[in-house]
Design a protein around this ligand. Structure first.
Ligand code: BES
Ligand code: ZN
Ligand code: ZN
Length: 493
C-alpha cells in the first residue's frame, strides 16, 4: 500500500476511486466539512439523505458509505464522523486512519483519496499500523487475503510538510513492524542465534552491533543469565547495539534493555501445557528494544542510544538448571533459583549490571514480559512501571500518553525488597505469594546500582486478543513507539 500527499484540489466531484470525507459534530448535530458539502451537492443531496436515513450524528468513527453514487467520478464515498472539533488530536487522527483502512482494505477499491485539512500524517500512520499483517506461513489462496487497496492519497493543506513528517513516522512504523514480526515468529524460527543474526543487520543503518557469546559471558561472570539457557541446545547470547546520533559523541547515552527469552517452557519448573505456545512472545521486551533502535536509526535521531538484549531459551533437559541451584552474577551477588520459570529477572540481572557498568548511561529503561501477575494487576490496558526516579517516570508517562502506550506506576519499597532475601544466598528469584510483579522488580533493582532506572512489565500489553484501531490482533509492538518518543521528547536538539 503506497501512501502519498498532495495539496487540496477543490475539484472533489472528479476524484475517482474511493473518496473519504469528514463530518464534525456540534451542538446542532452533524456538520459536513467543505469537501463533504461539495460532494453532497454533486450527488444531489445523497449524503444528507443517507445521513438522515441512518441517524448519522458525526460521532467519532461513525461512517456512511455510498457505493456508485451518481453525479461524481468516485466509485464510493465514505463519510466519516470525527466527533467534536476541540477533542481532535493526532492520536484521534491515527485512530480514524485505522478505522478507514479497515473499512476499505478489502472493499475492491484500488485507489483511495482522503480529503483532510490537517493531521493527515497521523491518519496515514494509523492506516499503516492497522494494515500490518503477518501471513508469511499461509500457503493457500484461501488463507492469503490480499488487500485491494494499492494507493492512498491524502489531499491536505501543506502536503510537502505532511509528507516529510510522515516519512519520519513511517521509519518508526518500520520498527513497530519488525517488533511485531519477531514476536509473532515461533520459537523454532526466532532462537538466540537466528535472532542475533537478524539484529546484526542493523549495522546497515549505522548501528554498531556487538554479540557476547557464552564464553565471553562466562569470563564476565554472567552465571545468572547463562543458568537460564544451560538446558537449551541454542547458545545464549547478549547483543549490544550502539547508535551514536548526537553531535557530541561523548555525551552519556540513554540505554534500553530487553528480556529476550525466545521461548519460555518454564524449564524444570515446567509450565502447564495449555497455552504454553503463547510463550514464544517472551522476547517481547527485546523486540521493543531492537524495534526502537531501528526506529531511532531510521529517522536518524540526534541522540546517543544503547540497546542491550539478553537472548536465551528456557528449556528443561538433563543440563537444565535445577530449582534450588545457587548461581553467581556479574555483579558478584549470589542468587538461589527456587523457580526456574522466574527466569526473566535472571537474564535481565546480568544485562542491567553490564549496561550500567560499561556504558554509564544517563538512565536505563528495561522492558520485559516478566510476570503473569502484571496482567492480574493492570490487565491489558497498561504496562506496569517500576522506577527509582520520579523524573524518568514523568518522561516515560508523557511519552506513553503521546503515543497511546500507557504506563501505570507501581510501588517499590524495602518491605517488598525483604521478600526476596534467601536463607542461603544474597537473594532468591521468587518472592511470596502476593505482589509477584513488584518482587520481580525489586529483584531487578538490586542490579542497577545507583543508575536512574525504570522497569516496564509488558506481559499484558505485548499481545492482544482483539484488534485495536491501530493494530491487528496479535503482537502489538508495544514499547517501540514509547521508547522512540521518549528519545524524541527529551534528548534531541
Ligand atoms: N514469561 C513469564 C511471565 C508471563 C506469564 C507473561 C504469563 C505473560 C503471561 C515469566 O517468565 C514467568 O513465568 N513468570 C512467573 C514467575 C513466578 C514463577 C514467580 C509467573 O508470572 O508465573
Ligand atoms: Zn518463566
Ligand atoms: Zn518468561
Amino acid at each position: 500500500m503506497k501512501i502519498n500527499f498532495t495539496e487540496i484540489d477543490k475539484d472533489y466531484a472528479n476524484i475517482d476511486g474511493a473518496v473519504v470525507v469528514f463530518s464534525l459534530k456540534n451542538d446542532d448535530g452533524y456538520e459536513f466539512r467543505p469537501p463533504a458539502v461539495d460532494l453532497d451537492k454533486a450527488t444531489d443531496g445523497a449524503l444528507t439523505k443517507a445521513a438522515e436515513a441512518t441517524d448519522f450524528k458525526g460521532n467519532f468513527g461513525q461512517m456512511i458509505e455510498l457505493i456508485a453514487p451518481s453525479g461524481v467520478a468516485a466509485s464510493r464515498i465514505l463519510l466519516v464522523g470525527l466527533g467534536e472539533m476541540d477533542k481532535l488530536n493526532p492520536l484521534k487522527a491515527e485512530q480514524i486512519g485505522g478505522k478507514v483502512i479497515v473499512k476499505l482494505m478489502y472493499s475492491g477499491e484500488k485507489n483511495v483519496t482522503v480529503v483532510v485539512g490537517k493531521m493527515a500524517e497521523s491518519a496515514a500512520l494509523g492506516m499503516r499500523l492497522r494494515a500490518y499483517k503477518f501471513d508469511k506461513y499461509f500457503t493457500t489462496e484461501k488463507n492469503i487475503k490480499k488487500p485491494s487497496v494499492e494507493q492512498v492519497t491524502f489531499q491536505t493543506h501543506g502536503a510537502d510538510e505532511a509528507a516529510a513528517k510522515f516519512e519520519t513516522m513511517d521509519r518508526v512504523a518500520d520498527g513497530v513492524f519488525w517488533a511485531r514480526d519477531l514476536v509473532t515468529e515461533p520459537g523454532n524460527v526466532v532462537y538466540p542465534e537466528s535472532y542475533a543474526a537478524q539484529i546484526k543487520e542493523l549495522t546497515n543503518m549505522g548501528i554498531e552491533v556487538e554479540v557476547l557469546d557464552e564464553d565471553t559471558m562466562e569470563d564476565l561472570g554472567m552465571e545468572s543469565l547463562l543458568g537460564v539457557g544451560q538446558g537449551s541446545a541454542s547458545e545464549s547470547l547478549m547483543v549490544l547495539m550502539h547508535w551514536k546520533g548526537s553531535d557530541n559523541p561523548d555525551e552519556a547515552p540513554v540505554a534500553f534493555v530487553g528480556k529476550g527469552v525466545t521461548f519460555d517452557t518454564g524449564g524444570i519448573s515446567l509450565k502447564p501445557g495449555a497455552g504454553m505456545g503463547d510463550m514464544k512472545f517472551d522476547m517481547g521486551g527485546s523486540a521493543a528494544v531492537v524495534g526502537a533502535m531501528k526506529a531511532i536509526a531510521g529517522r536518524k535521531a540526534k541522540a546517543n542510544v544503547i540497546g542491550v538484549v539478553g537472548l536465551v531459551e528456557n528449556m528443561p533437559s538433563s543440563t537444565a538448571q535445577r530449582p534450588g541451584d545457587v548461581v553467581g552474577s556479574m555483579s558478584g551477588q549470589t542468587i538461589e533459583v527456587l523457580n526456574t520459570d522466574a527466569e526473566g529477572r535472571l537474564v535481565l540481572a546480568d544485562c542491567l549490571w553490564y549496561t550500567q557498568d560499561r556504558y554509564k548511561p544517563k538512565f536505563i529503561v528495561d522492558l520485559a514480559t516478566l510476570t503473569g501477575a502484571m496482567m492480574v494487576a493492570l490487565g491489558q490496558e497498561f504496562a506496569g512501571m517500576f522506577s527509582n526516579s520520579d523524573e524518568l517516570c514523568e518522561m516515560l508517562d508523557q511519552a506513553g500518553k503521546d503515543v497511546d502506550e500507557p504506563l501505570w506506576r507501581m510501588p517499590l519499597t524495602d518491605g517488598f525488597d525483604k521478600m526476596i532475601n534467601s536463607d542461603i544466598a544474597d537473594m532468591k528469584n521468587i518472592g511470596g505469594k502476593y505482589g509477584g510483579s513488584i518482587t520481580a522488580a525489586q529483584f531487578l533493582q538490586r542490579f542497577v546500582n545507583e543508575t536512574p532506572w525504570a522497569h516496564l512489565d509488558i506481559a499484558g500489553t505485548a499481545w492482544r486478543q482483539k484488534p485495536s484501531d491501530v493494530a491487528e490482533k496479535g503482537a502489538t509492538g508495544y514499547g517501540v513507539r514509547l521508547l522512540d518518543r521518549l528519545v524524541q521528547n527529551n534528548f534531541e536538539d
